[in-house]
Write a new protein. Structure first.
Length: 190
């Protein structure tokens, strides 16, 4: 967490991303060793280790790219006495505390995360600032798409917005407690 005056910023979990990248780098070395072993160890070319090593290099190379993209993304949550601001790669969502009706822990993307329930989802979506343009239906790039996603989440999952627990440096329970303290004002009194 980082403090900037009366704004507290909960940043991305870079420690977890670093260890994921270290594991991927190790597996790239193992895959490279397989390719070299298949090509150089015996008189004949051994195709099984070459094939396994090549598949490993492609898969772990793609994983490394994804981990680096995740590490570089601007994901964070900023709490101030008046608003909660959520920044993702696609948008900045600034939510007045009065619009947050509930804060809980629930399953988000198949793991525990912090979830928010809004008084008026249309007002919350109307306050979003969108950073990207895309024709992909899974990317939230406008108010209507965001509102539709909030309604779909509410109907299917019981909440409007979910913050995956693995993204930020605080766990789901810690993040929920932090947001409850910020919303009720206890965070600013201490």
């Amino acid at each position: 967490m980082r403090y900037e005056g009366q704004v507290i910023i909960v940043e991305k979990n870079r420690k977890r991303a670093f260890w994921a990248l270290a594991i991927v780098a190790f597996m790239i070395l193992v895959s490279s060793a397989l390719v070299l072993a298949g090509a150089l160890v015996s008189q004949e070319v051994l195709w099984t280790p070459i094939w396994l090593g090549t598949v490993g290099l492609l898969g772990f190379g793609l994983s490394a790219v994804l981990v680096i993209q995740t590490m570089r993304s601007p994901w964070h949550v900023a709490a101030s006495p008046s608003t909660l601001k959520i920044r993702t790669q696609a948008y900045i969502l600034e939510i007045p505390w009065e619009q947050i009706a509930g804060i809980a822990v629930d399953e988000v993307n198949f793991r525990d995360g912090c979830v928010l329930l809004f008084e008026d989802p249309a007002a919350v979506a109307g306050g979003a600032r969108f950073l990207v343009r895309s024709n992909r239906p899974d990317v939230v790039t406008d108010r209507d798409t965001m509102l539709a996603r909030m309604r779909e989440n509410y109907e299917n999952l019981g909440y409007h917005y979910g913050i995956p627990g693995r993204i930020l440096e605080l766990g789901p329970e810690e993040l929920a407690q932090f947001l409850v303290k910020a919303r009720t004002g206890l965070l600013w009194e201490s």
